[in-house]
Ligand binder design. Structure first.
Ligand SMILES: [Zn+2]
Length: 453
């Protein structure tokens, strides 16, 4: 079997993909609650789908389909199948339709695939056996990719990782977690060569390191997952690292999703985002309205198909973004796989705040249930409006029935519990009109952030 990233021609790759996809399809038609029901209703038979070539016969799956009944998207395999295909290894969470995040289940079988995927992501990003990763993701209330991914990726590649655990995960364990100054010291002490985390945090941390006189000469790679991470932001991080002694730091951006348990990555800055596991994932770009395929390299709605999963499994799943997709060999590294050659643009009404995917409707529902709030309007903005690279902030203007300080505190807690973002609550007087523009019913969150260059 050739290296899964470097098949010699598209025919060989297609054959290898169909081999794993065929086994997945056999299980889906029989044992996937959602798809077995849907395909029966639509009259689609297993024999109609010989492989990826026939995938257009399957209907597109929306995020709403999945988050509405996530349990119906996990294969229910009988015990005639190997135990590794059925054992739940872990459950990660993605944004849900209500306040509850949606579980995404991986079996032991899937976890090995995830490790292989992580390994390929590191290979494409140019990691070597001499690298040391500093994991700058904080612990989160619900497990989601970021923190665990950096740990697992290191395991898949046989290199050291240090988890900086920024912040205070819990008042029950005051000894866990590190303040920013401690994180800076840790970065220097471990001589990390790779920084991996949320760009806005990393930027603050590098600023603080400069103030403290910390040197980070060994840093050569920075991994960011980047909605809205543009050229200006890339230059800024590189400049900051150079001031800390790094000689030629490179920023590697990925386009990640819970449904991938990883992300599409750049092999070199500006290469576009490569599918790092062509035997696990198949990507398409289709017309957002008609769902007909668009020509190679043209903008379309991006669909993800799991070719080889056993836990939560989706076929032709709209990730919620449009981008330009090409299947030509990457001119930079020679990989034969799908590549997004434009920055994906969100189309499904979800909003990213501080790197977290947020469903505005969930926030509206939570606030609407607070009887003491008469009306409100939410804004996403930058802490410093003149600085597109500063931290995101969620600001909620509201009018309360009585003591606005108490109501605001309670509402902030509720919003934090619902969408994971702590808002800045801004009470307004009785005579002020809170509702501006289209009003929150039409547009629950107004995004004031300037788009990056
Ligand atoms: Zn490449």
């Amino acid at each position: 079997m050739p290296d899964d990233l470097f098949f010699h021609n598209p025919e060989d790759l297609a054959k290898a993909r169909d081999a794993v996809f065929s086994a997945t399809l056999d299980r889906i038609f029989e044992h996937h609650p959602h798809y077995s029901r849907l395909y029966r209703e639509k009259g689609v038979l297993r024999s109609d789908i010989s492989g990826i070539a026939d995938i257009g016969r399957l209907p597109v799956t929306s995020k709403a389909d999945f988050v509405g009944r996530p349990e119906d998207f996990t294969l229910k395999l009988p015990d005639t199948f190997d135990a590794t295909e059925r054992i739940v290894w872990d459950v990660m969470y993605t944004t849900g339709s209500t306040g509850d995040p949606t579980p995404f289940v991986s079996t032991s079988y899937d976890f090995l695939n995830i490790l292989a995927l992580n390994r390929n992501m590191l290979r494409l990003r140019g990691v070597t056996a001499n690298d040391v990763i500093l994991n700058l993701f904080p612990l989160t209330r619900h497990p989601h990719g970021a923190f665990a991914r950096a740990m697992n990726a290191a395991a898949s590649f046989g290199i050291p990782v240090v988890a900086a655990m920024p912040g205070a995960p819990s008042p029950r364990h005051p000894q866990l977690g590190n303040r920013m100054d401690e994180v800076c010291a840790l970065a220097a002490r471990t001589d990390a060569t790779i920084l991996w985390g949320v760009p806005s945090y990393m930027r603050k941390m590098l600023g603080r390191a400069e103030e403290l006189g910390v040197r980070l000469p060994s840093v050569r790679l920075v991994f960011v997952t980047g909605e809205g991470f543009g050229e200006e932001a890339r230059r800024d991080l590189v400049d900051r690292l150079k001031r800390l002694g790094a000689s030629d730091p490179k920023i590697s951006v990925s386009y990640g999703s819970t449904e991938m348990q990883g992300g599409m990555v750049e092999c070199t800055p500006g290469s576009g985002y490569l599918n790092p596991a062509p035997l696990q994932f198949y990507f398409e770009a289709v017309d957002p309205e008609t769902h007909q395929p668009v020509p190679d390299g043209e903008e379309g709605l991006i669909l993800l198909t799991h070719l080889d999963r056993r836990g939560s499994t989706v076929l032709r799943y709209a990730l919620g973004d449009t981008a330009r997709l090409t299947r030509t060999i990457c001119p930079h590294c020679g990989a034969l796989t799908e590549r997004l050659v434009s920055i994906p643009v969100r189309r499904d009404g979800f909003v990213k705040i501080k790197g977290m995917l947020v469903n505005p409707q969930a926030m509206v529902d939570a606030l609407a249930a607070e009887g003491d709030i008469v009306d409100f309007q939410a804004f996403v903005e930058k802490e410093d409006e003149d600085d597109v690279l500063s931290m995101d902030r969620l600001r909620i203007r509201f009018r309360a029935r009585d003591d606005s300080a108490e109501v605001g505190r309670r509402a902030a807690e509720k919003v934090k519990a619902t969408i994971g973002v702590t808002p800045l609550m801004e009470p307004v007087g009785v005579s002020d009109s809170v509702l501006e523009g289209a009003g929150w019913k039409a547009k629950p969150i107004i995004d004031l952030r300037k788009k990056p260059q």
